[in-house]
Design a protein around this ligand. Structure first.
Ligand code: FES
Length: 164
C-alpha cells in the first residue's frame, strides 16, 4: 500500500489558499487593470492601448505584424525630458523612416517626439525608444505590472512582449 503523504499548512491556510499565494507575483507587482480580455460571444476583445495610472505606463496589445500577439508595457515618460506621453488614436503621421502614413502614435505634447506602437522613436528630439515596465502574465489572474522595474527601451522592445 503506497504511503499517504499528509500536508499540514503551518499557517492554518487551506492548501488551495497556499497554492494561490504561491502563484501570486511578489508584492511589488500590481494588477494591470483594464487589460482583461472581454468575451463578446464571437471573440475576445482586448484594448489595443490601456493606460495604467498605477503603473505609470501604457499596456499595449501587439498585433502579429507588431511582433505579437502579446502585451508590452511602455513607460509613459518621453525619453527626451520625461514628459508624460498620451496615445493619440486619431493623430495621422508619416513615418519618416519608411514613408508610410498611419493613424495612432505616442506623441509628446512638449516637443513633438513621436513613437510607434512598440515605442520606437520615429520623430523628434528623443534619442531612444520608450522604456519598458516589467509585465508578467499570471494565467487566469491576468497581467501584473512592476512599476519600479524599468528596462531601457531598445529596438528589441517587441521581442519582450508577454505572450498570453
Ligand atoms: S519632453 Fe518629449 S519631446 Fe521633449
Amino acid at each position: 500500500m503506497p504511503a499517504v503523504r499528509s500536508f499540514v499548512a503551518p499557517s492554518g491556510l487551506a492548501l488551495a489558499e497556499q497554492l494561490q499565494l504561491l502563484r501570486q507575483p511578489s508584492p511589488h507587482y500590481i494588477a494591470a487593470r483594464g487589460v482583461e480580455p472581454r468575451h463578446t460571444g464571437q471573440s475576445f476583445e482586448i484594448p489595443a492601448k490601456t493606460y495604467s495610472k498605477e503603473g505609470r505606463c501604457w499596456v499595449v496589445s501587439l498585433t502579429p505584424e507588431q511582433g505579437g500577439p502579446g502585451f508590452l508595457a511602455l513607460s509613459e515618460r518621453c525619453t527626451h525630458l520625461g514628459v508624460a506621453l498620451p496615445w493619440l488614436e486619431d493623430f495621422a503621421f508619416t513615418n519618416p523612416s519608411d514613408g508610410k502614413a498611419k493613424k495612432g502614435w505616442f506623441r509628446c505634447p512638449a516637443h513633438g517626439a513621436t513613437f510607434d506602437d512598440v515605442g520606437m522613436r520615429v520623430f523628434g528630439p528623443a534619442s531612444r525608444p520608450l522604456d519598458r515596465v516589467d509585465l508578467r502574465y499570471n494565467g487566469a489572474d491576468g497581467l501584473y505590472l512592476y512599476p519600479a522595474r524599468i528596462a531601457q527601451g531598445s529596438s528589441e522592445n517587441a521581442a519582450w512582449a508577454v505572450k498570453v
